[in-house]
Design a protein around this ligand. Structure first.
Ligand code: GLY
Length: 371
């Protein structure tokens, strides 16, 4: 038996809400599901997609499913921090859910999770320890990955909605230190920054998911564009806005003709390297927001670039259509690990939907963000 939800066929005749879609590998047709857990950073995207769907369609059946999948992450808010991914996990699910329903129980979960994430902050360094497990396994005293910029949003939100003001300070400190150390002179970034815990100095930048330490891993650059745009939104500090533009400009300058990056801008086998549609989705969503914060000439540039990305993603080359059950094909998860290469991946679909909803809101002069 199979269940369908949002046009997606899921195995089984009743849904197991602790199992969420993760990817459809090349040549396969159905989503492979993965267990909701703290270690599974993608587990919030499926409930997040359902909330975005509900925000647009107001279909009560989708709301029921969004609630059930969101609830299945609740236990994560009661555990000590495993790593920085708490933001992806809980803000895409509970965050979107709260913005749409104003359910006070969701707010409590978000604030509790933000407090848990803050336990990873090292005041000597000034950033969150992204991967505690790598301290022993890799001998990195303190590591901060670019993806962690995305997880500052839950801290800002909690500080603004009844949580500790300290959460705001942590987010600003993290963004400032990341801006100062985790970028090369061309504004490409190191995926991982290693810091000393005695005096907090930056030791070195390395890669984890990119081609090389000094290469520009596409999704890492997308996280940076999105992250610094969001930090500007929350702080209104122009240094973050200027920085978001620099980080976006190098990405745009190096894009191939179809506006969808190769998985790493420095992959040696370009133009035969796999693409990463997920990076394009994250960037498109970020650029739509960025376009609203800058003077009109730059705003038009960013908006047009985002539109080109979404047009490209919406062609038969990138959309899954009748090939499989996802929205999009051609994302790359972890190339050096040989995993999820040229696949459909849940976070590509999440940010694609977010970008389309934002573009629609922009065209209708409405707020881009869920309120
Ligand atoms: N945050 C993990 C990734 O971007 O693959």
């Amino acid at each position: 038996m199979q269940c369908t939800l949002l046009g997606m066929t899921l195995p089984g005749d009743t849904l197991d809400y602790t199992m969420v879609p993760r990817h459809i590998l090349k040549g396969q047709h159905e989503w492979e599901l993965s267990k909701v857990s703290q270690e599974n950073w993608i587990a919030g995207f499926w409930p997040g997609i359902l909330w975005y769907d509900y925000s647009y369609t107001h279909n009560p059946k989708i709301k029921v499913q969004a609630e059930k999948y969101t609830d299945s992450l609740h236990f994560i808010s009661q555990l000590p921090a495993y790593d920085h991914d708490l933001g992806f996990l809980m803000f895409c699910s509970y965050g979107n859910g709260y913005k749409i329903t104003h359910n006070p129980a969701y707010k409590d979960v978000i604030i509790r999770t933000a407090d848990t994430l803050a336990t990873l902050f090292n005041p000597k360094v000034g950033t969150i320890l992204s991967w505690p497990r790598e301290v022993a396994s890799k001998g990195w005293p303190h590591n901060t990955i670019m993806d962690n910029m995305m997880n500052l949003e839950i801290l800002f939100w909690a500080a603004k909605h009844g949580g500790s003001k300290h959460l705001y300070d942590i987010a600003v400190s993290h963004a400032t230190k990341t801006m100062e150390h985790q970028f090369r002179p061309d504004y490409g970034n190191y995926h991982v920054a290693i810091y000393d815990t005695i005096d907090g100095h930056f030791i070195k930048g390395v890669t984890h998911q990119g081609y090389a330490d000094n290469s520009m891993w596409a999704r890492g650059q997308s996280w940076a564009i999105y992250g610094f745009t969001m930090v500007y939104r929350e702080t209104k500090d122009k240094k973050f806005l200027n920085f978001a533009q620099k980080v976006a400009d190098v990405y745009l300058k190096r894009l191939p003709k179809d506006y969808i990056p190769y998985w790493d801008f420095d992959a040696p086998d370009i133009p035969n390297a796999p693409k990463d549609a997920s990076a394009a989705c994250v960037t498109a969503s970020a650029l739509i927001e960025l376009s609203t914060y800058v003077p009109s000439k730059s705003g038009t540039k960013y908006r047009k670039a985002a539109e080109k990305m979404l047009e490209s993603l919406s062609t038969s080359h990138y959309q899954s259509r009748n090939i499989n059950n996802a929205f999009l094909l051609h994302s790359t998860g972890h190339f050096p690990n040989h995993s999820e290469i040229d696949a459909s991946i849940i976070y590509a679909d999440y940010y694609y939907l977010e970008a389309l909803i934002r573009l629609n809101a922009l065209q209708e002069n409405k707020s881009l963000l869920l309120e």
